[in-house]
Ligand binder design. Structure first.
Ligand code: SAH
Ligand code: CA
Length: 213
């Protein structure tokens, strides 16, 4: 279960980060027991990171692209201001009842707008502004998602994109479609004068983008 760092350092990082709530631990366990590709779940360290980022921003509205079993969305929702909401999109309709169950258990029912369908179709139907966007769905559409959301983010707003180091493949010889798409996304952000950005080596790499004021 390693992305970039040696497993011993990943373990050390986890041992020195606050533990997730009981409901998140249970969601992690149930995902590993019942759902395909549990490696996609954010997990304890990235989840706490997303919670902290959201708490620092204090967004009124969050957009998440790629809900999976809801772990990252629940973490980010903890930072919403009173009355704030998170819209989260996933194409996999088999997951939505599990997401709903954990959102309810976390006491976040009123804050969640759970959408099922292709994000490339759903995002154009959403009206912004979104103070915080988390891009974490299919890697081949990252650049498209970025272009679809950028005008819905206000000046000073934030976009996070996950897995932008793609287990290190971005600097290797790999020429598969996902790696190529992630490299193209990182180039797009780096060249975009509308934003400033920093690529952090947290877990599988997180690009943090701030829209200029
Ligand atoms: N954010 C989650 C993990 C997301 S995994 C977490 O950190 O816990 C990526 C998800 O993107 C999968 O659940 C997959 O179904 C979804 N996905 C893939 N292609 C999509 C598309 N075109 N539109 C919406 N969701 C998509
Ligand atoms: Ca991810």
């Amino acid at each position: 279960m390693t992305y970039i760092l040696p497993p011993s350092l990943d373990a050390y990082i986890e041992q020195h980060s606050s533990k997730p709530d009981e409901h998140l631990q249970q969601l992690d366990r149930e995902t590993h027991l019942k759902v395909l590709q549990p490696r996609m779940l954010s997990g304890a360290v990235q989840g706490k990171f997303l919670e902290f980022i959201s708490t620092m921003i204090r967004p009124k509205r969050i957009l998440e692209i790629g809900t999976y079993t809801g772990y990252s969305g629940i973490c980010m929702a903890k930072g919403l201001v009173e009355g704030g909401t998170i819209t989260t999109i996933d194409i996999n309709e088999e997951l939505s009842s599990m997401v709903r169950r954990y959102v309810d258990a976390a006491g976040l029912t009123e804050k969640f707008d759970i959408r099922t369908g292709d994000a490339t179709r759903i995002i154009p139907e959403l009206s912004g502004p979104f103070d915080l966007v988390f891009i974490d769905a299919d890697k081949r559409n990252y650049s498209r998602y970025y272009e679809l959301v950028i005008d819905k983010v206000p000046a000073g707003g934030w976009i996070l994109a996950d897995n932008v180091l793609w287990s290190g493949k971005v600097v290797e010889e790999a020429t598969d479609k996902d790696t190529t798409a992630i490299r193209a996304f990182n180039e797009l952000v780096q060249a975009d004068e509308r934003v400033e950005n920093v690529l952090l080596s947290v877990r599988d790499g997180i690009m943090i983008v701030r829209k200029n004021g």
